[in-house]
Write a protein that binds this ligand. Structure first.
Ligand code: SF4
Ligand code: FES
Length: 264
């Protein structure tokens, strides 16, 4: 069945398959919708693409011009032809992976891509064989755009470019929420939960636990609890109680409500 396009939709072809998507959809998202696999490291459905890692390169033909673009940030357009698997795409992807392998030789996700695309030699001698950061910026975007705390950022330029806290010092604002770790594609962010605190090892920051106001158990980093209380004052009481006491409280209210209903 052919799909009609409207003002808010565009029709394009990807590897010969036609697809109609909402305007604003990226080529990567359109390809994924029809099951075409394009590798992507700095894309996350919540954050969108960053165009930073460049493994998602594809070839497009638009207005008679053929060129390479990063599909995670390139918008789908009416009449666009996309090719995800040409010799040129595969060659470029291998070259990008070789660069990533030199930058982050210990990153498992990069090693797997290297194996899959046959690019197992790093582009240059890695300066740190244990490095796992590809400088994709997902942690920076998560902390700045999603959590809106801005505890980590990029620092320096060129070969010295890094992500970290300002001056690589202990952060006064990091909530130890762990969102950056969840979205880091390479597993570079190390967190250790200790008896009294959560240690954000990669960010050189320790945040003590908050103790449940009912049972005294540690359950969330204290700064995160304060943050949640500010974000949602009506839920302030709820966030100061650990999940177990919350569940028990709910169960208790439920039992009381059932008893009252039986008495009526
Ligand atoms: S720590 Fe992870 S998320 Fe942050 S830039 Fe490095 S690879 Fe990307
Ligand atoms: S996923 Fe597109 S540049 Fe990283």
């Amino acid at each position: 069945m052919s799909e009609e396009t409207t003002n808010s939709t565009v029709k394009l072809s990807i590897d010969g398959q036609e697809i109609t998507v909402e305007a604003g959809t990226t080529v990567l998202e359109a390809a994924r919708r029809i099951g075409i696999d394009i590798p992507a490291l700095c894309y996350h459905p919540v954050l969108g693409g960053a165009g930073a890692c460049r493994v998602c390169l594809v070839e497009v033909v638009a207005w008679g011009r053929r060129r390479m673009v990063t599909s995670c940030v390139y918008p789908a357009r009416e009449g666009l032809e996309v090719y995800t698997n040409t010799e040129k795409v595969l060659r470029s992807r291998r070259a990008v992976i070789a660069m990533l392998l030199a930058k982050a030789p210990a990153a498992k996700v990069v090693q797997e891509l290297a194996k899959k695309y046959g690019s197992t030699e790093p582009a240059y001698e890695p300066s740190d064989p244990e490095a796992r950061c590809i400088l994709c910026g997902q942690c920076v975007r998560t902390c700045n755009e999603l959590i809106k705390v801005g505890a980590v950022n990029f620092a320096h330029r060129g070969q010295e470019r890094k992500v970290g806290t300002p001056y690589n010092a202990t952060s006064d604002v990091c909530l130890a929420c762990g969102a950056c770790q969840n979205l880091c594609p390479t597993g570079n962010i190390r967190i250790r939960d200790k008896r009294d605190l959560r240690a954000m090892l990669t960010w050189h920051t320790d945040v003590p636990w908050n103790k449940c106001s009912k049972c005294g158990q540690s359950y969330l980093p204290a700064r995160l609890v304060e943050f949640l209380k500010q974000q949602c004052p009506v839920a302030a009481e709820l966030v100061t109680i650990c999940p177990r006491c919350r569940r028990e409280g709910t169960a208790e209210s439920f039992v009381q409500a059932s008893v009252l209903a039986d008495d009526e």
